[in-house]
Write a protein that binds this ligand. Structure first.
Ligand code: HEM
Length: 400
């Protein structure tokens, strides 16, 4: 049977592997029609220029709670509070502008630099434990999951005594094999925990993100408990699995390219470029960059009508051969500054400086401390998290 060119492309499609986007996405031109698992039609924005234009265009909405918003993962309607309120990733201006302005100061390069010694301690601690334990070991459980979780603890001001609880619940949220019921319970427990934490910080605000925001809210003449609980939940969800997946897949990419690992070990000045290139190559966030058109807009020569959805698969845009020659190659000397792994425009990742710092510290320490690190299984036996919002690895057995 020949397929009509207008027959929608079924999305999401699996990647052939971690380093290449689904081949089908670019097979139908710049803006093919796509159909989500729920049967909704949307446009797939496959080119770098087009996706960047969409993400910068205020005529596209991020209202993830809207029934017409194109979602690829069933049951995912964005982060809505108990009272039906949303947080910044699902807001449009002017609400988004105000929410973002309230927290922007917490994520500046300066603020992240100040966290750097503590991030280093966390990473070195995970590597100490790994090296003291049995071989082979799972690098996802030993490094990729705990580092971002402990960094979020640091950011939010989670007391040290609660780290184990927090870390185990956040790991449950992102681990394979957690049943839907257990995931829901872990989510509810984290929310409940954050609610208690906000209440405690209100009594004695410390010098951490939540403490500072409470003081700011007070100075502005109002306190909004739910707003802070929701923000904490968003930071945890947005900052955890994304960074964990990039650590795990980035480690795999370096294990599979010993010549690149050697170069980085010999010249650590190449590390920042390598981190950017890993972010581009892997582009673990698949669908956070979907949008809903609020007006008729021409994208990639097609008319997208008001009320229609667009889906922007980031890895496909980040492998656009017109912008990134030899796009599937990890080239640590590639000119940087163009990839869309953190999105673009008003919703561009709030935690990007923090994520970069974590990745630089993790890969720098891993290369330096375990130069003999090697995969403990054949690469073809590795199991990848596909069909999810964040692409990743279930486990990464390593030895040294
Ligand atoms: C937004 C990717 C780490 C917090 C985003 C977006 C992307 C992204 C693509 C844009 C969503 C959109 O366009 O609607 C990543 C990747 C990360 C990472 C690849 C790690 C490698 C983090 C971290 C934090 C964080 C560590 C904080 C702890 C956020 C927040 C938003 C966001 C709050 C929403 C911003 C807004 O809507 O204004 N991220 N992220 N992310 N990210 Fe990240």
């Amino acid at each position: 049977m020949t397929r009509s060119p207008e027959e929608p492309l079924a999305v999401p499609q699996p990647r052939p592997g971690p380093y290449e986007p689904p081949a089908g996405y670019r097979s139908r031109g710049r803006l093919p029609k796509a159909r989500t698992p729920a049967g909704a039609d949307a446009w797939l924005v496959t080119g770098w220029h087009d996706l960047r234009a969409v993400l910068a265009d205020p005529r596209f909405s991020s209202d993830r709670a809207h029934p017409a918003f194109p979602t690829l993962v069933p049951g995912q309607r964005g982060l809505t509070t108990r009272n039906g309120r949303t947080t910044l990733i699902a807001q449009d201006p002017p609400a988004h502008t105000a929410s973002r302005r309230a927290v922007l100061g917490e994520f500046t390069v300066r603020r992240v630099r100040a966290m750097s010694p503590r991030i280093t301690e966390i990473v070195e601690g995970c590597l100490d434990d790994l090296l003291a334990g049995p071989r082979p070991a799972d690098l996802v459980a030993a490094l990729a999951l705990p580092v971002p979780s402990l960094v979020v603890c640091e950011l939010l001001g989670v007391p040290y005594a609660d780290h184990d609880f927090f870390q185990s619940r956040t790991a449950d949220l992102v681990r394979r094999g957690t049943s839907d019921a257990d995931r829901a319970r872990a989510g509810a427990e984290v929310q409940e925990y954050l609610s208690g934490l906000v209440a405690a910080k209100r009594r004695a605000p410390g010098d951490d993100l939540l403490g500072r925001l409470i003081v700011k809210q007070r100075e502005a003449g109002g306190e909004d408990h739910d707003d802070l609980v929701l923000l904490g939940t968003l930071l945890l969800l947005a900052g955890h699995e994304t960074t964990a997946s990039t650590i795990a897949l980035g480690a795999l990419a370096l294990l599979e390219r010993p010549e690149v690992a050697r170069e980085l070990r010999e010249d650590p000045a190449l590390l920042p470029g390598a981190v950017e290139e890993l972010l581009r190559l892997l582009s673990v966030v698949e669908t956070a960059t979907s949008r809903l058109a609020k007006a008729d807009v021409v994208v990639g020569g097609r008319l997208v009508r008001a009320g229609e959805g667009v889906i922007g698969p980031v890895q496909t845009a980040n492998h656009d051969p017109e912008v990134f020659p030899d796009p599937h190659v990890l080239d640590v000397r590639r000119p940087q500054g163009k990839h869309l792994a953190f999105g673009f425009g008003p919703h561009q990742c709030l935690g990007q400086h923090l994520a970069r710092e974590e990745l630089r510290i993790v890969f720098g320490a891993l290369l330096r401390r375990i130069p003999t690190l090697a995969l403990a299984v054949r690469p073809e036996t590795l199991s990848f998290k596909d069909n999810a919002n964040v692409y990743g690895l279930h486990a990464l057995p390593v030895t040294w």
